[in-house]
Design a protein around this ligand. Structure first.
Ligand code: AMP
Length: 138
């Protein structure tokens, strides 16, 4: 537990939150300013900041709860689908790793996740893929 961490406070029960699920490794609670109602945040109990910091044994516990919550959002709230996302460093407003699971329904008007798109020049896609493959191998 990290002193002064908002989400560590929620995990410890000293900061109020609407808890959705608790497991040995993960806590899920409603985002206080939801994109849509039911928007849930999943956090590892262990204080880590970004995905890179997440210990390997916690990857399956965290993402299997994301899967369970995404299923519950469709089966329990009637959403057609979900948007599952995580900000790391940039646009990350709370420095305790959290997965957003947001209910989505066609025509829900969500405009907030429009990203500018670009195109690869001839051969450039293969250059990028080669750099990524080299970094993955390294
Ligand atoms: P991000 O901007 O990706 O780091 O997401 C942080 C999220 O935490 C935002 O969607 C906030 O609405 C949410 N949030 C901030 N404070 C609280 C809180 N006390 N309880 C629940 N959610 C919170």
């Amino acid at each position: 537990m990290e002193k002064d961490c908002l989400f560590c406070g929620i995990i410890a029960g000293t900061t109020p939150a609407t808890i959705v699920l608790e497991t040995d490794d993960v806590v899920g609670f409603l985002d206080v300013r939801p994109v849509f109602k039911g928007h849930t945040l999943l956090v590892p109990r262990e204080h880590v900041v970004t995905l890179s910091d997440l210990p390997e044994p916690l990857i399956v516990p965290l993402f299997s709860t994301a899967q369970r919550v995404a299923d519950a959002i469709t089966s329990g709230l009637g959403a057609q689908g979900t948007f599952v996302a995580m900000n790391n460093v940039v646009s990350q407003s709370v420095a305790h790793l959290h997965v957003h699971v947001v209910p989505r329904t066609k025509g829900d008007g969500l405009r907030g996740f429009f990203w500018p798109r670009t195109k690869y020049a001839d051969g450039e896609a293969e250059e990028y893929a080669a750099k990524l493959r080299a970094a993955l191998d390294g």
